[in-house]
Design a protein around this ligand. Structure first.
Ligand code: ATP
Ligand code: MG
Ligand code: FE
Length: 351
């Protein structure tokens, strides 16, 4: 059965076609990065408007390139939450309207279940049970996964998400939005050990995270070195000669602190649950340093780590399609449009 999927929870419009027998046929993503870059973050109203512009053309182009007609599609999966309410509403309305016009059911998909199941788009797939580390722009969670919809949050961030901390620190370093991947790139030029930032909440038991203090520590170092450009504190001429190297050193130390903290918590989660399969998903799981360190950790633990290819780590329609395909039976033709900006993954029903 063929599933059409729509993702519109934030600043990416994603669409995908997924066959329950053959797997992913194709997907397309339009990123709104350029639209929001001048503002240093996502502007919700601009995000909604652009989803309105892009979703239908993307669906049309995807269907044409795979010679799929509306009569071939059995159901439409769409991101119903969590996310920006206006952005979600666009995807939900389009999904419901197409489903009504084509006489097929629509399926509500939880965005984080999409991230969590993204590794199922790969050849190497994890088996249940597993521990999932969800690290994205809005979430940092460790989840015990016994099966589809059987989720228990073991720990989560009490303040900023890991991706958010990456983006905010990147902004302080003068990098464009979203700075996470650029900070990671800059970090490769950094000299290890020049700065040491805290590993928050690792000195006490528990699986919760906190990243806002780490961001502040990086901000303090940036200020102390006089390389703080934001807010006009210093002009380009006042910057120290080796400003670029200092920035790289700080980026390196920041990334190291985030990665170390996550690795420590993952080790705890694996030991506490006795589960030897770790899945990492969400935008920050594209981070090479994090992947490598978690590979080493799981090897030592006699287990294995699974993650999606980088294009399926950040927001995309393919992950919504694969999650929707698991929940085909929950599809409905009722016309009520649902958008849930706040929605815990623990509320999902088990299959
Ligand atoms: P959520 O999924 O929680 O609703 P989101 O959808 O905005 O949030 P994603 O699209 O999953 O988040 O991920 C985007 C985040 O991932 C951004 O914060 C971005 O900076 C971060 N990110 C992407 N690539 C990397 C990388 N290589 N290193 C660090 N962070 C990265
Ligand atoms: Mg995004
Ligand atoms: Fe996401």
């Amino acid at each position: 059965m063929l599933v059409l999927a729509i993702e519109s929870s934030c600043d990416e419009t994603g669409v995908a076609l997924y066959d329950t027998e053959r797997g992913l046929l194709g997907h397309e993503v339009f990123s709104q990065i350029k639209i929001h870059a001048d503002y240093g973050g996502v502007v919700p109203e601009l995000a909604s408007r652009d989803h309105v512009r892009k979703t239908i053309p993307l669906i049309r182009s995807l269907m044409q390139s795979h010679q799929v007609e509306s009569k071939d599609i059995a159901a439409i999966a769409y991101t119903a939450g969590p996310g920006l309410v206006g952005a979600l509403m666009v995807g939900a309305c389009i999904a419901k309207s197409l489903a009504f016009a084509w006489g097929i059911p629509a399926i509500e998909v939880h965005h984080m279940e999409g991230h969590l199941l993204a590794p199922m788009l790969e050849e190497q797939q994890p088996e249940f049970p597993f521990v999932a580390l969800l690290v994205s722009g809005g979430h940092t969670q460790l989840v015990e996964v016994q099966g589809i919809g059987e989720y228990q949050i073991l720990g989560e961030s009490i303040d900023d998400a890991a991706g958010e901390a990456f983006d905010k620190t990147a902004k302080l370093l003068g990098l464009d939005y979203p700075g996470g991947p650029m900070l990671a790139k800059l970090a490769t030029k950094g000299e290890p050990g020049k700065y040491v930032f805290p590993r928050p909440m690792t000195d006490r038991p528990g699986l919760d995270f906190s990243f806002s203090g780490l961001k502040t520590a990086a901000a303090n170092a940036i200020r102390a070195e006089g390389i703080h450009l934001a807010g006009g504190q210093s002009s380009q001429d006042d910057l120290p000669e080796n400003a670029e190297q200092i920035k790289a050193d700080i980026a390196h130390a920041f990334q190291q602190a985030v990665v170390d903290t996550i690795v420590i918590k993952c080790r705890r989660a694996v030991q506490q649950t006795g589960i030897k399969t770790l899945v990492i998903a969400g935008g920050v799981s594209a981070n090479t340093e994090l992947r490598e360190k978690l590979e080493v950790l799981m090897k030592k633990q006699g287990g294995q780590v699974f993650y999606p290819r980088p294009e399926f780590c950040t927001d995309n329609g393919a992950m919504i399609a694969v999650a929707g395909a698991q929940r085909l039976h929950q599809g409905t033709t009722e016309l009520k449009v649902k958008a849930k900006p706040r929605w815990s993954i623990e509320e999902l029903p088990a299959l």
